[in-house]
Design a binder for this molecule. Structure first.
Ligand code: ADP
Ligand code: ZN
Ligand code: ZN
Length: 815
């Protein structure tokens, strides 16, 4: 008899599999979804391994198969195990990432006849039992739910148990079907000849009325085939009443047609040809191509490439051509982007290069649509799958290339639920398991990624120059404005003299301006308005966070607390309590200062409403329906806005003062990305950064577009303060409705961990905290955190029983 190691869908299962015997006659494969008895329940499980011998003495039998074909490929099985072990997450949580969407669905019980029924005397059965057997005999199988409706819940269950007990019926289980509604589109077409429609339009115009009906008629008379209603509306700007009027007059007709769901609207997307690569692009591309060929011939294991190129240096074109190469080799690719809603332009570029061969995964799809898309990907319908972090788990067959655009983005880390994986690290593992080549692309590589490239773990490719508007166009000029000087000069507005003048000049020239502030996390820190001093923790070097409820400053790493000083300890000024600014206030001030400029605000308050708000805002701004765009980090994403000649960073200090050792890196990345938005067109561009810390290395390096200078300084600090990549971190968070109990438990845990560490004699492991988490209170629960730092903190934590209420984050990105 064979045995199977099964990952079971139960919170009790944690990181382990369970052994089950395979009943004879049941064909079981690795990756198959099965039903297994677990306690007194029947649960879903996935077979991860087959073996001759069970891992324990007593095993139960697999109850049945959920789907005849394996749902996980062998490399996904290995990836699930790795993810669970690396991130210390329950195994089934990792498995679920790779299952068809909605796999954790309701179970439907069916009753059917056994393969061989025992002899029985019909008179020994009750009338109801006979009735059920009759039904089963006629229909082959009957759902328990149907019987319950007919006989009542209790009765039905009792009768089924009696019949099963006598061997006259068997139960089987299936997952509820995912309901996929067919997609229908309404089309509009003429009911009359095109000529007649044009005459009718001319008549309406002559009468000087219903000009919009006339426009619509003219538009339809030119169309060679029925036009989707939405397109007719967009093109001609006709409302429902205009369309109704034409239909009412018998001139046009609406028709509903069922269409195949296209993940992308190809309306307005024309196929594109590969561009002739610049010398730098060509050399990067050739390295990638040669690696792809070597792997295909089985000569080498695949390479991890870091493609470092400033914004606009043509990285995307390199991805596109590398993907085309992969397709030529009969393989496929996965492309990860930080946020799908913010990258419509990028998706269009992929869609136009690989028409109808691109799948897009995103959370706006309904469950049915996601399920549909998953199946089509698995069947190999697409050359390229594009999506956010979870797309790394798409069932893309014959994987040959993985691209991670803007690899430093924090959205690649899943922070809010288990497994707390980083898509970049998962991708590197997946590439290793499948033999895929991987490209990490970035203008501002993560310091840890660059460190690996420096050490030779990754192959570094560089695109040092912009390709547009022409090859070698300069990056925008960056001016750093010292806000302390503004104050000295009596300027109390949010805009320095320099920024005001530049804005006025750009607007006068009919150009566009972006005003940027960073409010993510909205950490409130206290700053001296005279000398710019920000108070930091003496032990951890991180910025102290202001807690208005207690009027104290707190270190979110070690819980050091001080009252807010009345005067600045450096310059003795009394103007020390200066807090950050928000987008709304910025909008208000800008509307006074730059009237009559048209303003457009883009932040999460605005985009939470509506369905395609990001796209709408981008399109509105690109159509020059506004002069000034005011926004937060969303603006920094890969937008191409040729009319923008000036970007003003109203305050660089918010991100600089995040209570996190990565604050400097984060600031450099943000400023570089924001600066990359200026001067994308032939008009050139300028960037003005306002700050109280003009001398900070992150700001200085961003102003000179100098990644190398930034990296050297940052890596030196990391080494000095023993932060990653020189160590690794595990963050443990405990949450509780009672703050005092929460803190107490965190302290108890710390003592326990220290005892364990010392008992095991691990020298190189330090415990930081406990301290209130950065977001101290979340949905009514308080959170305290403990950080473990060392060379192998997760190996240590993996042996510790973690009590309920704690979450474990391995390699956290934000502390
Ligand atoms: P990145 O991804 O590095 O920001 P892109 O690939 O988006 O850069 O390129 C920036 C712009 O330059 C795009 O408009 C792109 O079409 C154009 N471009 C890229 N490579 C070339 C090339 N070899 N020749 C002409 N234009 C190019
Ligand atoms: Zn001061
Ligand atoms: Zn501290």
């Amino acid at each position: 008899m064979g045995y199977a190691e099964v990952s079971v869908n139960s919170p009790i299962a944690q990181r382990r599999t369970f052994s089950y015997a395979i009943p004879s006659g049941l064909g079981i494969d690795v990756g198959q979804a099965v039903w297994v008895p677990f306690g007194d329940k029947l649960l879903q499980g996935i077979v991860l391994e087959l073996s001759q011998y069970p891992a324990v003495e007593e095993t139960r039998e697999i109850a049945g198969v959920i789907e005849p074909d394996p749902v996980l490929s062998p490399s996904h099985v290995l990836l699930a195990r790795w993810t669970s072990e690396h991130y210390l997450s329950p195994l089934f949580d990792a498995v679920v990432l790779m299952l068809p969407p909605g796999f954790r669905r309701k179970v439907v019980t069916f009753i059917s006849s056994p393969a061989r029924a025992p002899e029985y005397d019909i008179s020994s059965l009750t009338r109801e039992q006979r009735h059920v057997l009759d039904l089963v005999g006629k229909q082959g199988k009957v759902s328990l739910r149907e019987l319950e409706t007919a006989l009542g819940k209790k009765r039905a269950q009792a009768i089924v148990s009696q019949l099963v007990g006598r061997g006259l019926a068997v139960r089987s289980y299936e997952l509820e079907r995912v309901k996929v509604k067919p997609k229908k589109v309404r089309y509009l077409h003429l009911k009359v000849e095109a000529g007649e429609a044009r005459q009718e339009a001319a008549k309406l115009r002559e009468q000087g009325k219903a000009s919009r009906q006339a426009s619509l008629l003219e538009f339809l008379s030119q169309a060679t085939q029925p036009v989707p209603l939405s397109e007719a509306r967009r093109k001609v700007g006709s409302s429902a009443s205009v369309i109704e009027a034409l239909v009412g007059k018998g001139l046009a007709e609406l028709q509903e047609i069922e269409v195949k769901r296209e993940p992308i609207s190809y309306l307005g997307i024309t196929p594109s040809e590969p561009l002739t690569l610049t010398a730098a692009q060509k050399s990067a591309f050739e390295s990638i191509r040669s690696s792809l060929l070597q792997v295909a011939r089985g000569y080498t294991s695949p390479t991890v490439f870091l493609l470092h190129g400033v914004t606009g240096s043509g990285k995307t074109e390199v991805y596109l051509q590398a993907l085309a190469e992969v397709v030529k080799l009969g393989k496929r690719g996965i492309v990860l982007v930080p946020e799908i809603a913010l990258t419509p332009q990028t998706i269009e570029r992929f869609a136009s290069r690989f028409p109808h061969k691109v799948a897009v995964l995103h959370s706006k799809l309904s469950l049915g649509e996601q399920f549909d898309e998953w199946q089509r990907i698995r069947e190999g319908e697409f050359d390229v799958v594009i999506g956010p972090r979870s797309a790394i788990f798409a069932p893309q067959p014959d994987l040959g290339l993985i691209v991670i655009d803007e690899e430093y983005e924090w959205t690649y880390k899943q922070q809010d639920k288990s497994p707390r994986y980083h898509a970049r690290d998962v991708a590197i593992k997946l590439a290793e398991l499948t033999g895929a080549v991987i490209i990490l692309g970035s203008a501002t590589p993560d310091v840890e990624t660059f460190y690996h490239a420096q050490r030779g773990d990754y192959h570094l490719l560089q695109l040092p120059e912009r390709v547009t508007p022409s090859e070698g166009s300069p990056l925008p000029q960056v001016e750093v404005v010292d806000l302390r000087d503004e104050l000295k000069a009596g300027n109390r507005s949010l805009f320095s003299r320099s920024l005001s003048q530049a804005t006025a000049k750009a607007l006068a020239g009919g150009e566009q301006v972006i005003l940027f502030i960073n409010r993510r996390g909205a950490a409130t820190f206290i700053q001296c308005r005279s000398c710019g001093l920000v108070l930091r923790c003496r032990r951890c070097e991180v910025t102290l966070t202001y807690h208005s409820d207690e009027d104290v400053l707190v270190c979110h790493q070690c819980n050091y607390r001080v009252p807010v000083p009345q005067i600045c300890p450096r310059c003795l000024s009394r103007r020390i309590k200066f807090l950050g600014i928000g987008t709304q206030r910025l909008e208000q001030e800008a509307s006074y200062a730059f009237s009559p400029a048209r303003l457009l605000r883009w932040d999460s308050d605005v985009t939470r409403r509506g369905k395609h708000p990001h796209e709408q805002i981008i399109n509105k701004f690109r159509a020059h329906e506004a002069d000034i765009l005011i926004g937060t980090q969303m603006i920094a994403k890969g937008l191409d806005l040729p009319l923008v000649t000036l970007v003003g960073v109203v305050s660089a200090d918010t991100s600089l003062n995040l209570p996190d050792f990565r604050a400097g890196e984060r600031t450099f990345q943000l400023l570089s990305q924001v600066a990359g938005r200026a001067g994308r067109g032939i008009l050139g561009g300028q960037v003005i950064i306002q700050t109280y810390s003009p001398g900070h290395y992150a700001i200085q390096a961003a102003a000179r577009h100098d990644y190398a200078v930034f990296y050297e300084q940052e890596i030196a600090y990391r080494r000095q303060l023993r932060n990653p990549p020189f160590t690794r971190l595990v963050c443990l968070v405990y949450s509780h409705t009672n703050d005092v109990l929460c803190q107490r438990e965190a302290e108890r845990m710390k003592r326990f961990l220290i005892e364990e560490r010392d008992a095991q004699g691990i020298a190189d492991l330090s415990l930081i905290g406990p301290a209130p988490a950065f977001i101290h209170r979340l949905r009514g629960r308080f959170r305290w955190q403990l950080v473990l730092r060392g060379s192998e903190p997760s190996t240590f934590v993996s042996q510790i029983p973690i009590p309920p209420g704690w979450t474990v984050d391995v390699d956290p990105v934000g502390l």
